[in-house]
Design a protein. Structure first.
Length: 134
């Protein structure tokens, strides 16, 4: 399953063939650059314990070659309130996260799910962001 791969993907493939009338193997190296569907400035937001409760954000862009929208946010820690602002539908978004409290250490993983479906695995493409109070 290559649905979660982005960046440079290198795969060796061996094929059997006839070489000078003899059965042999040839190695082929396939190199593919898989662009990231959601391009973000960074993938982590953090506060220090005792910090003032202020919202922090990450800008997210969808490259022109893709036609996708962010369809949902999944998160599991009630100490963080994520909000997705639409700058330009299908092109640019802003993930704004506000902690409820910074008194204790806390962390979560926020998943942004798109409507872009991977043909091979029939899964939706997503991007993961880490948030924490350290």
């Amino acid at each position: 399953d290559v649905s979660k791969i982005t960046g440079l993907y290198v795969q060796k493939v061996y094929i059997e063939c006839l070489l000078n009338g003899k059965k042999g193997k040839k190695e082929l190296i396939i190199k593919v650059i898989v662009p990231d569907l959601l391009v973000a400035e960074n993938n982590k937001i953090f506060w220090k314990m005792g910090d003032e409760i202020v919202s922090k954000s990450i800008r997210i862009k969808i490259p022109d070659q893709f036609h996708a929208k962010i369809s949902s946010i999944i998160f599991g820690n009630d100490n963080f309130k994520p909000v997705l602002k639409i700058i330009e539908e299908g092109r640019e978004y802003e993930l704004v996260v506000t902690p409820i409290s910074t008194k204790e250490k806390s962390k979560d993983v926020i998943h942004l799910i798109t409507d872009f479906r991977n043909v091979e695995s029939n899964t939706l493409k997503e991007k993961i962001f880490n948030v924490s109070i350290e």
